[in-house]
Design a protein around this ligand. Structure first.
Ligand code: C2E
Ligand code: MG
Ligand code: MG
Length: 311
């Protein structure tokens, strides 16, 4: 091992320690860690991604896929969620699990989230020009972005520049990350809602203090996490999981929220959710996330089908 190599490794170990200590990432957070070559590789990949981020934005490598949301009764499209993919150096498509938490913990998630919002606005404005039916599109809002005091102004500047009605943009707040300032987060959500944007709580039932947030969070929609939807297939109807799922749907309706189930893959799940009073479904049963052009085609196909049914 050369001196340079040793210094490089020591730097990496220091980075690793910092990651474990500051970034709330549980993965390497035990008292004693054994440094493996796999960890070394991972840290180097992460550094590479971070250093390349600005260029990736300039090179337009971030691609937005849309996953339609369906009304559970009419089985028609009622909206969509924007989900990010990274066409890394135009060589391979990276999924969000490979970079979102890295960007969140390094406080650069706002840069990509802003790209997503802009692309969604461009799509909606194109659909508007073509006189197509318009549905609300949701974008994910990482809690870490709430620390940005100019967030509301940034969002408004983008949405208003493209003249998109605010009620066509929905923000999905994920609850996997602990928040440092609950009051300012609730204030920001309330401001966004007052401006006409829609707010939903993502991945409900996992993560932090979901029930206590239900009490205070200004919101329109509750998205039930996929793990509850999975239990329809794996557990009996009187199991704890299924009882919880039914009660979450009931609670959501009683609180006046729209209720959407994430990750339904089979008819049996959709039928169960419908019986329980769930309003909407987003899952592979209806559609996987698809490129924007494919989403537009789905909307056109649905319109044509409905027109034929009318005649
Ligand atoms: P999410 O916001 O909860 O998005 C739902 C995830 O579930 C998506 O994964 C979607 O592809 C997947 N999914 C939906 N239906 C099904 C199904 O029937 N079966 C299965 N197996 N999976 C299904 P994806 O696209 O990999 O995104 C993962 C997470 O990454 C998202 O979870 C969200 O938290 C985050 N993410 C994605 N795009 C963005 C973004 O633009 N900004 C931020 N901040 N986070 C994002
Ligand atoms: Mg989401
Ligand atoms: Mg979710």
């Amino acid at each position: 091992v050369t001196v340079e190599d040793a210094i490089k490794k020591a730097d990496t170990v220091a980075d690793l320690a910092k990651l474990a200590q500051h970034q709330g990432r549980k993965k390497y957070c035990t008292e004693i860690n054994f440094f493996t070559s796999e960890m070394y590789k991972e840290i180097n990949t992460e550094r590479k991604y971070l250093a390349y981020l600005e260029d990736a934005i300039k090179n337009d490598e971030f691609v937005v896929y849309l996953q339609p949301k369906y009304d559970i009764h009419s089985e028609r499209i009622t909206g969509a969620e924007a989900l990010l993919r990274w066409n890394y150096k135009h060589e391979k498509l990276l999924s969000p699990s490979e970079f979102i938490s890295l960007f969140e913990s390094n406080n650069v998630i706002g840069k990509v989230d802003q790209v997503v919002l802009k692309k969604v606005c461009i799509l909606l404005s194109e659909m508007k020009k073509k006189n197509m039916p318009l549905y609300p599109v949701s974008v994910n809002l990482s809690r870490r972005r709430m620390e940005n005091r100019h967030l509301k102004e940034q969002i408004l500047a983008t949405v208003d520049f493209y003249e998109i009605p605010h009620n066509l943009i929905e923000f999905e707040l994920t609850e996997t990350a602990a928040y440092s300032d609950r009051d300012s987060m609730l204030q920001l959500l309330s401001d966004l809602r007052d401006l006409g944007f829609l707010i939903s709580m993502d991945d409900f039932g996992t993560g932090y203090s979901s029930l206590s947030l239900l009490k205070d969070m200004p919101m329109d929609t509750l998205k039930i996490d996929k793990c509850f939807i999975d239990s329809i297939l794996t557990s009996a109807e009187n199991s704890r999981e299924c009882i919880l799922l039914k009660e979450i749907i009931w609670l959501s309706k009683m609180l006046g929220f729209c209720c959407i189930a994430e990750g339904a893959e089979q008819k049996e799940q959709v039928d169960f959710l419908r019986r329980c009073g769930c309003d909407k479904v987003q899952g592979y049963y209806y559609s996987k996330p698809v490129p924007m052009a494919e989403f537009i085609q789905k909307v056109i196909d649905e319109q044509e089908r409905l027109q034929k049914e009318c005649c």
